[in-house]
Ligand binder design. Sequence first.
Ligand code: VAH
Length: 323
Amino acid sequence: MNRILVTGSQGQLGSDLVTTLRQIYGVEQVVESGRSPPHSENNFYLYKTLDVTNHQQLQTIIEQEQIQTIYHLAGVLSAKGEQYPDRCWDVNVNGLRNILEAAKTYQLKVFFPSSIAVFGPHTPKLDTPQITVEDPATIYGITKVTGELLCHYYAHRFGVDVRSLRLPGIISYSTPPGGGTTDFAVAIFAAALQHGTYTCFVRPETRLPMMYVPDAIRAILDLMAADPNSIKIRSSYNITAVSFSAAELVTEIQKHLPHFNCHYAPDFRQAIADSWPAVIDDSRARADWGWKHQYDLSAIVVDMLEKLSQRIEVTSQKPAVRS
Ligand code: VAH
């Protein structure tokens, strides 16, 4: 039996991760949690209200539900973090500290999502190495550097089995974007299908590392299933799938929606995107535990348009989605 707690379960990654974990381990083994009430009533009994900054609430759930593994996804993302820096620090750092303290006390296994946001203006932009300059320009990035250092400390000082990935921008269709800088690469798809047009908040030449959510879920599960001896990095692994610019994404969408057009109106998120790498070297993840992405840009666009077409009212022309 592997009783699992997912924090931030209603977020972009959480909702897809819960579905996959329940397919693997059974619905009863996976407890969702979040600060707000559950979106859907159909599994209310497997949802716990949890503010990860409240260590007593966390301990009560761990003991009542006999949790053995925590996928700790609760967090404040980069753009929202710049608007609410105190909350970002409290949730992302004090919340993680509570998770790691509980993992030490109850011998739990933990997944922690770090981010390419740990890198900053002086980090090499191309083939960003696993070990390099980390001078993040956002409070979110600062919390992720701090989080990685905490993970490394708890792993080596207390033997906590905590594992982590520096996730790139994640593209998904099951939940609306939640305050990230890479959200343009998520919102653009619904806008293209519903309105035939999108106003992008970064410049066309802005190139960032990205990953489709099925690849991200598989990476997380492969990392957590890997032999502990193969996990040589206990801060956080570089990981990526593809890198593309906003303009390249638009061109790929237009192959299926020829009338789609995109306007550009860069806002405060441009400076955040400019501080991040364009291409990541994830050779250590590929060497240590066999990471290999499956979705390139073309496959992401085909699947996103197909999945979203089934879920939203398509007012612009149906995509001539070619496989
Ligand atoms: C964000 N989606 O934009 C997250 C992620 C690399 C980006 O950390 O804040």
